[in-house]
Ligand binder design. Structure first.
Ligand code: UDP
Length: 239
């Protein structure tokens, strides 16, 4: 089936790269994700990716341990760059063009992110892999995902999670939790449904950027989400 979107922003969490471990990068998971992304690019979808860093370092955990929060978040941002380099290289190895950008200036590591350069790369057929979040402490890569999607004029943010959409409560602990097919920004924020942080949803709401939440372990993978055949929840304007 033809992909439903021309340009997407895919959020890849650090956890997705760690696979069965809680730390580091597991090559089979890295290459599995890279293949799905390369296949989407080969099918003609322009793909921008924001990578997380939870498999390496989370600022909140560092701060809880006594490191000052700004330093801890800088460490977290560096972690996302490690993942960005790994993922960009893995996409290259799957036969698609890819380029990594960093929101934190580190010229010998990656080009510094500008919306102008990233859009030009997307139009040239590169998968752009964005590390460093938004480049500021006290933010997350979920907020970076919605921000970059808006800046790069993507059609949608795709956010993979452990479950196949947004539920009224945690379906892992509450068997009566109800799954939504669609849900408004105000409802996810008001009910504190916590699939992404509030800042990410508020930014998406204020700029009418839809977010599709799907299961990372769905057999159809990214292709299933892109063709609209997989189960997912659309967070957006009320219809
Ligand atoms: N981070 C930050 N600013 C940003 C994005 C990320 O300071 O704009 C830091 C923050 O410490 C965060 C860490 O990088 O904990 C890793 O990002 P995140 O927790 O979003 O990764 P994920 O959970 O998606 O793997």
């Amino acid at each position: 089936m033809a992909p439903a979107y021309k340009r997407i922003l895919l959020k890849v969490s650090g956890e997705a790269l760690a696979g069965d471990n809680s730390f580091g990068i597991e090559p089979p998971f890295l290459h599995g994700i890279a293949k799905q992304i390369a296949d989407a690019a080969k099918a003609g979808v322009q793909v921008a990716i924001v990578v997380g860093g939870g498999n390496i370092f989370r600022g909140m955990a560092g701060a809880a341990d006594g490191t000052d929060r700004v330093t801890a978040d800088l460490m977290g941002m560096l972690g996302t760059m490690i993942n960005a380099l790994a993922l960009s290289n893995a996409i290259n190895r799957q036969g698609a063009k890819s380029m990594a950008f960093s929101a934190v200036t580190m010229p010998s590591v990656a080009d510094t992110f500008t919306a102008r350069a990233a859009k030009a790369a997307l139009e040239d057929g590169y998968v752009v892999v964005l590390g460093g979040g938004i480049g500021n402490p006290f933010f997350t890569t979920d907020t970076a995902s919605t921000l970059r999607a808006i800046e790069l004029e993507c059609d949608v943010v795709l956010k993979g999670t452990k479950v196949d959409g947004v539920y009224s409560d945690d379906p892992m602990t509450n068997p009566n939790a109800i799954r939504y097919d669609t849900v408004s920004y105000d409802e996810v924020i008001g009910k504190n449904l916590r699939v992404m942080d509030t800042a990410a949803f508020a930014l998406a709401r204020d700029n009418s950027m839809p977010i599709i939440v799907y299961a990372l372990n769905d057999e159809a993978g990214l292709a299933g989400v892109l063709s609209g055949t997989s189960r997912s929840t659309r967070v957006g304007k009320p219809v």
